[in-house]
Design a protein. Structure first.
Length: 373
């Protein structure tokens, strides 16, 4: 973990003074989270994975969790009436919304969060923090290019948004979060909807997310329950601070948080996202002989991404972003600071939306793509 990622609790308190799903038991043998050779860094490692259908999920464990105080998720804050996401103005602006936090606690928002309503459905661009009693601009990308109206399915949205229980699919999210642009986001939304075999009139990503096919929804529930049971089994003996996953043998993303409480407040959303990704991929599988990813493949992806030079981006929120991007993917650290010091609240590594044929051949030679055991 980078040196700046860990600081005494007193420093964290200075930065944010105001911050002060059950599943059936798994039939697998007791999960293990003791340190392994599959390490992200000196403090974090990949714990034993769970494999379900075409989905592989690794918990990320640590010996050095960082206490941060109490954050709300955006879903929690809006459900309690403490926060509201709206169009920027009456006329609206595609790539910027407004978030009002009326509560006494900061809100942590994850990049890829899907917002339903407004003049068109959106996804949030990046992870960011909203300080208590504040209003913050929200970077956003359209995931519904066939609508620009405050009426959705015959009902007025009043310019407001509802927070959905899943992040955007990896290729949709990465296209926004790591600089590929609005056109690429639309392209990936269309591709996901096509794979899910839905054809919404407004071309919204929500058509896939809200898929009402019983078989698809049953598979997602199965995947979510298995992943959650695995994580819950690990909790008594380890500090679980992150999650990584692969679909059809190919590593897609990893997310890490400063501590276990932050992870588990977002864990159901993350598991729903992974289940959605796996279900859509499963619908297009040629057969049931799913590939099973290995931890070496995931760690190789992370290290190739981290070979990129870091760029620091100041934001209008209560954090800054440290971002690395190359042809392999992107890595973003959400850094909350006080003066000259800070700590990493979240980290995300995501594979690029598309890998070129030349790059894929090179990665295969290096053994970084998934293969069967």
């Amino acid at each position: 973990m980078p040196e700046r990622a860990l600081f005494p609790f007193a420093v964290l308190c200075c930065a944010f003074v105001a911050a002060a799903a059950s599943a059936e038991p798994s039939e697998r043998p007791p999960a293990q989270a003791r340190p392994s050779e599959h390490r992200l860094d000196d403090q974090r490692w990949l714990a034993e994975p769970v494999h379900v259908e075409n989905l592989t999920v690794w918990p990320i464990a640590t010996t050095e969790a960082v206490p941060t105080g109490d954050y709300l998720t955006l879903a929690e804050a809006t459900a309690r009436g403490l926060a509201e996401v709206r169009e920027k103005s009456g006329s609206g602006q595609v790539n910027e919304l407004v978030l009002h936090n009326e509560g006494e606690r900061p809100i942590l928002v994850l990049g890829g969060t899907i917002l339903k309503g407004g003049k068109q459905d959106r996804q949030v661009s990046d992870d960011f923090v909203v300080a208590p009693k504040s209003t913050t601009p929200v970077g956003a990308f359209c995931v519904e290019r066939g609508r620009w109206s405050a009426s959705r399915q015959g009902r007025s949205t009043a310019g407001k948004f509802q927070v959905m229980p899943s992040l955007a699919a990896k290729k949709v999210r990465a296209s926004a979060q790591y600089g590929h642009g609005q056109s690429e986001v639309w392209k990936q939304v269309d591709a996901v909807n096509s794979r899910a075999r839905v054809a919404p009139s407004t071309q919204t990503f929500l058509a896939t997310l809200e898929e009402d096919d019983r078989k698809a929804r049953r598979l997602r529930r199965q995947l979510r329950a298995a992943a959650r049971a695995h994580f819950d089994a690990l909790r008594p003996g380890a500090e679980i601070v992150g999650v990584a996953y692969a679909v059809n043998g190919e590593p897609l993303a990893a997310r890490a948080f400063a501590n276990e409480a932050l992870l588990f407040s977002h864990l159901d959303t993350l598991h729903e996202t992974m289940a959605l990704e796996a279900q859509v991929a499963s619908a297009n599988a040629d057969d049931r002989a799913f590939l099973r990813a290995k931890p070496e493949h995931l760690l190789s992806m992370i290290r190739e991404i981290d070979a990129a030079a870091p760029v620091t981006r100041e934001t209008k929120a209560a954090n800054r972003l440290e971002v690395r991007v190359n042809e392999r993917g992107g890595h973003a650290r959400t850094v909350v600071s006080s003066g000259a010091v800070g700590f990493a609240l979240t980290e995300d590594w995501t594979a690029a939306p598309e890998v070129s044929g030349e790059t894929r051949a090179r990665l295969e030679r290096l053994g970084t793509l998934g293969y069967t055991d």
